[in-house]
Design a binder for this molecule. Structure first.
Ligand SMILES: Nc1ncnc2c1ncn2[C@@H]1O[C@H](COP(=O)(O)OP(=O)(O)OP(=O)(O)O)[C@@H](O)[C@H]1O
Ligand SMILES: [Mg+2]
Length: 226
């Protein structure tokens, strides 16, 4: 599903090039549940941005479902992002003026899905995360855990190839965080491919495979023997 080959990412700061990722080689298969951990500044967000097609590598290749992402133009890249990547962020990134149903419908509006089908699919996604009773609520009228459920429904609604979650429990208390991690567990059991970025070992422990990055390199990559 995902293959990174000799991938590097440098950021230009004035005359200097700062390496953020160095020679990354990585395969992630369909239905894997992978955590990515590492210290601050190790390159986690840089990697997430590349995996999510929000940024492109400086050299090397990113193949998503066999397609070399370098060969896509901006429109193709946005279309791929919209269809194939479900993003889940620490701070939910919901639109405050829209209710739950409208927030979840958004990716389908961008992809040009007709209104009736949009609504039907958004309702199903909200049902999947246990929020059928909160369709008309705006983000400000929901608890943190409920907001994250809306964000997860929004990520699921396009039926993406991968779910990319960056510190999804970072803004939640530990009990609510556990509920969200159980939901991820169920989504993985249903066949979803999940990549989870976290700095908390307890959260990484939910994943099947744990990757640790340090100084822009893969330091370890282990199956979680739990
Ligand atoms: N837009 C940018 N311009 C220049 N340098 C950047 C940029 N973004 C990140 N960097 C540098 O790249 C390196 C990796 O940063 P990155 O944000 O990927 O780390 P991170 O692992 O996500 O850290 P954190 O846990 O603090 O979020 C850092 O040295 C950082 O200073
Ligand atoms: Mg980061």
């Amino acid at each position: 599903m995902i293959r990174l080959k000799d991938l590097t990412k440098n950021y230009a700061i004035g005359e200097n090039e700062i390496p953020a990722l160095l020679d990354i080689n990585l395969h992630i298969h369909k239905n894997e549940y992978v955590s990515i951990m590492g210290p601050s500044g190790s390159g986690k967000s840089t990697l997430m941005n590349i995996l999510g097609c929000l940024d492109t590598p400086s050299s090397g290749h990113y193949y998503f479902k066999q397609v070399d992402v370098n060969t896509l133009n901006d429109d193709e890249l946005s279309a791929m992002r919209n269809k194939e990547i479900g993003f889940i962020f620490q701070n939910f990134n919901l639109l405050p003026r829209l209710n739950s149903l409208q927030n979840v419908e958004l990716p389908l509006i961008y992809s040009g899905t007709l209104a009736a089908e949009r609504k039907e699919r958004a309702l199903l996604a909200l049902e999947r995360v246990g929020l059928s009773g909160r369709l008309d609520h705006k983000p400000g009228e929901l608890s943190g855990g409920q907001r994250q459920r809306v964000a997860i429904a929004r990520a699921l609604v396009t039926n993406p190839g991968i779910l990319l979650a960056d510190e999804p429990t970072g803004a939640l208390d530990s009990k609510t965080g556990e509920d969200i991690m159980r939901l991820f567990q169920d989504l993985h059991d249903e066949g979803n491919t999940i990549i989870l970025i976290t700095h908390e070992p307890e959260i990484a422990d939910y994943a099947q495979r744990n990757i640790f990055i340090k100084d822009g390199m893969i330091h370890s990559d282990k199956i979680n023997e739990k």
